[in-house]
Design a protein around this ligand. Structure first.
Ligand code: GH3
Ligand code: MG
Ligand code: MG
Length: 244
């Protein structure tokens, strides 16, 4: 139960509640069972499902752990920040989300997208056109996002990323190919400007840490560059489940 009148959090009650609901929705053992908002009180009820056969004391500490995790994740989600130019989430959000996702018992894949010869666009047409290209390519990635299993980030500069989790990982290569194909078809106000992206895709294996997965996806990206750009390289060499 949260009361607007007494809420003195830095972020405001509405964004906090949105994040809390997203954290509950995103955790595989929690589910929201009631939500009411009468403009004064917000009432939120959620359940924790216990699948194992615990002793009472263990069940209690399991639930305590889940509640702590949900609130930690809420704090992360509240602090997520969108990059001003692209509207993708920024690098800090990327690191927090990736480490959260890797810490869960689920499949995680990373699609790393780098604009080809972008420096040349800036050098020949100016930074304003470069910015427009960056924003438009980012929109292509945003079009593939669903906010839950597919989330887009600006990793840095003209390097963008799509994090794919859960069942959608089986289609990670397809998302990557869709992004590549859509970028190739983009048309800009500047006549004759054609842009392409190189893409590396990798799925997290045994070592579930940010550095390993980024390194693996980067490996695919560099190979895509070396092999001629405007292509997708699967660094995992056949993401299991990609049969559809
Ligand atoms: P490659 O195909 O190997 O990726 O070549 P590239 O020219 O894309 O790569 P390089 O790393 O040489 O250049 C990246 C350029 O991206 C340099 C930098 O000025 C530009 N850049 C990074 N962020 C922005 C931005 O926000 N706006 C604009 N206009 N340019 C940016
Ligand atoms: Mg580039
Ligand atoms: Mg780059």
């Amino acid at each position: 139960m949260y009361r607007r009148k007494f809420w003195d959090g830095d972020v405001g009650l509405t964004p906090y509640m949105t994040a809390l609901r997203e954290a509950i929705d995103g955790d595989d053992v929690t589910s929201e069972t009631d939500f009411q908002d009468d403009d004064d009180y917000i009432f939120l009820h959620y359940e924790v499902t216990i699948k194992e056969d615990f002793e009472m004391q263990d069940a209690t500490s399991f639930v305590d752990g889940v509640i702590e995790r949900v609130h930690e994740r809420t704090d992360q989600l509240v602090l997520r920040h969108q990059d001003g130019l692209t509207r993708l989430f920024d690098r800090g959000s990327f690191e927090a989300d990736l480490s959260y996702s890797l810490g869960r018992n689920q499949r995680v894949a990373l699609v790393m997208v780098d604009i080809d010869h972008f420096k040349k666009v800036n050098d020949t047409l100016g930074h304003r056109v470069g910015d427009e290209v960056l924003r438009t390519v980012a929109q292509v990635i945003l079009d593939q996002c669903d906010g839950k299993h597919r989330v887009g980030y600006r990793y840095g500069g003209e390097e963008l990323a799509l994090m794919v989790t859960g069942n959608d990982v089986a289609r990670a290569l397809k998302f990557a190919e869709m992004i590549r194909g859509a970028v190739e078809c983009l048309r800009f106000k500047t006549n004759d400007l054609v842009v392409s992206v190189s893409v590396g895709v990798a799925e997290a294996g045994e070592d579930r840490d940010n550095d390993s997965l980024v390194k693996k996806a980067d490996g695919g990206l560099y190979r895509a560059k070396r092999e001629g750009r405007n292509r997708v390289v699967d660094a995992t060499c056949g993401i299991p489940g990609d049969t559809a």
